[in-house]
Ligand binder design. Structure first.
Ligand code: T4K
Length: 368
């Protein structure tokens, strides 16, 4: 490749559009602390995500930690290790214990059939991940949560704009966290949000982002600073105008990958889930019985300046900071998956002819 191809490339509005969006900040000098753009973006995201409440955060990780605080979780949280390390860190950093549940072989989300055996009297919540934008079995999780009186937090970092049976993914569980990092389908450079229904959480959500401040001279809780600033919100306002276009372009790229790789023995595609409107966030491929291993495909592509990523390898339970505490063999499906999965480049601006080259290298490269 003349130009290296990375796993993703941030979507950007036209330069002039962003400049126009931030111009007023030079007059107002109101740059952060829940300014006008922040508030406008919150309200537009309530509409887009079809949820009654959205709280913006400086990034997705702080939003996830804040979701745990907002719901008062304690003790143990059932979650999965096939995810970005943020999910596990959020639980541990809030002083709770992650209890790892295995994932489904076909869609990589939490195996709901294995949750019940992990519930103890210390379990307070389930933190499930809509990994790669694939939707968890939200109905089964809801019924388990009701039966055992558990909170449900979705790490929906990858699932912005996804819906199930016409219902926005943001409306399942107690709280859903979306990441608006530069690498995401919709981004605010860095950023994130919590979507939630419970009106009782509203005051807490403000405090959790802003030192627990409730009003002048009144601090009602111990908390840090996780506010989104006006430049981030301005990027969000611009990108939200183009979100449908971005998702459509990604859909076309994914179609092209499927056309080339869909029927190849030993290569498993990301599933097309029934009744799910996808956002085409990632394109993970599983090499299982293919003539090259995942690592060989990775190297062959790398030699051509194409940089897919091994999302998510290692499992979070196998990372240096956790592996002495957890046995990743307890989640065998996730363990096997993490050794075989490769996330191929995907972004709206990716040229179809580059997809053709990537697939050609996978199908015909490797010197065999
Ligand atoms: N939960 C889940 C399931 C998540 O996946 C994430 C984040 C979170 C929680 C936490 O949300 P945030 O606090 O991040 O909002 C990236 C992202 O940094 C991270 O946001 C994301 N998940 C994770 C899956 O991927 P890296 O270390 O792989 O990123 P990096 O810097 O290697 O970038 C990957 C590629 O993206 C680059 O090769 C080129 C492109 N890129 C990157 C940046 C930084 C751009 O085009 N523009 C950019 O500004 O973690």
């Amino acid at each position: 490749m003349e130009k290296p191809i990375q796993v993703t490339r941030s979507a950007m509005p036209d330069f002039d559009e962003y400049v126009e969006e931030i111009r007023g900040l030079w007059d107002s000098r109101w740059l952060t602390n829940m300014g006008a753009k922040h508030n406008k973006l919150e309200s537009m995201l309530c509409d887009y995500l079809r949820t009654p409440n959205v709280a913006l955060f400086a990034n997705g990780h702080l939003a996830l930690e804040s979701a745990i605080d907002a719901l008062g979780c304690n003790g143990e949280v059932i979650t999965t290790p096939f995810t970005f390390v943020s999910t596990t860190h959020a639980i541990v950093r809030r002083g709770l214990k992650p209890v790892f549940c295995d994932v489904n072989k076909d869609d990589y989300t939490i195996d709901v059939g294995s949750i019940e055996e992990l519930i103890t009297e210390r379990t307070s919540a389930i933190m499930a991940v809509h990994v790669f934008g694939n939707v968890c079995d939200v109905y089964k999780i809801e019924s388990l949560a009701e039966k055992y009186n558990l909170k449900v937090i979705y790490d929906a970092a990858h699932a912005f704009g996804v819906s199930l049976n016409g219902r926005s993914i943001a409306t399942f569980g107690d709280i859903s966290m979306f990441s608006f990092h530069a690498t995401k389908v919709f981004h605010t450079i860095e950023g994130g949000a919590l979507a939630y229904a419970g009106q009782n959480l509203k005051a807490k959500m403000k405090g959790l982002r802003d030192f627990g401040i409730a009003g002048s001279g009144s601090v009602i809780m111990t908390s840090g600073n996780a506010k989104m600033n006006e430049f981030q919100a301005a990027m969000g306002l611009c990108n939200l105008r183009h979100i449908e276009d971005e998702i459509e372009k990604r859909r076309i790229v994914v179609e092209r990958y499927r056309k080339h790789l869909g029927d190849i023995k030993g290569i498993r595609m990301n599933p097309i889930q029934e009744n799910v409107k996808s956002n085409y966030a990632y394109f993970p491929v599983v090499f299982d019985g293919y003539r090259m291993s995942r690592d060989e495909v990775f190297e062959v592509l790398r030699a051509e300046s194409i940089f897919p990523r091994k999302y998510f390898y290692p499992l979070t339970s196998d990372l240096e900071c956790y592996r002495d505490e957890f046995d990743s063999h307890a989640t065998p499906v996730a363990k096997e998956l993490s050794g075989k999965v490769l996330t191929l480049p995907l972004y709206g601006e990716l040229e179809l002819r580059d997809v053709d080259v990537i697939c050609d290298i996978i199908l015909n490269g490797g010197g065999r």
